[in-house]
Design a binder for this molecule. Sequence first.
Ligand SMILES: Cc1cc2nc3c(=O)[nH]c(=O)nc-3n(C[C@H](O)[C@H](O)[C@H](O)COP(=O)(O)O)c2cc1C
Length: 188
Amino acid sequence: MDKIFWQDYKSALFPVPVVVVSVDSLKGPNLITLGWTGILNSDPLMVGISVRPSRYSSELLHQKMVFGLNIPKKSLAFGVDYCGVVSGRNEDKVNTLNWHVFKSNNLGVPLVKEMPINAECEIKQVIPLGSHELFLAEVKGVYVTPEYLDENKINWASLEGLVYTSKSYWIVNESVYKSGQSLQELKK
Ligand SMILES: Cc1cc2nc3c(=O)[nH]c(=O)nc-3n(C[C@H](O)[C@H](O)[C@H](O)COP(=O)(O)O)c2cc1C
């Protein structure tokens, strides 16, 4: 077998999205960068985020049972990284980064204005997995910065969304194939 049995399988699942989750606290909103996340259901729209119980944000998620999911872009890489290496226990990350938050319409969660896409989410279930807890949440509303909308579709190329792998941030900015295109090619 001309394959190498590779131990570093975590970074072989390439790439993972990078999101910044916002949760309210008595001191104001806190932000945490997460890679273990994804869409898990379409109707109702549900997402999952996996958070280590030791994180300050975990405490806040259990208290509030609602959170904001913020999708970053290339130019916000500094702040995204910062929110992933500094704890809100000792820092006001929103203030340090000079980011701005607005309250969502349905759940009143804090969302980061500078992020191109935001979602307000209500936690429905918390599942302990081992090192992390999986928070399953229903999406109750989505917000998009108008400059990234092109005929009512998100212009991913101009957004330059961040993904993460092997201790680096990368961008997604080029579509290379359309879904269903394979069937069209077969029909030719
Ligand atoms: C790119 C990146 C991805 C991360 N993904 C996760 C994750 O999925 N789950 C998690 O619990 N921590 C994750 N972290 C670590 C937290 O973001 C980090 O510990 C943060 O400082 C916790 O903030 P808090 O103490 O204010 O909650 C990630 C960090 C980075 C830089």
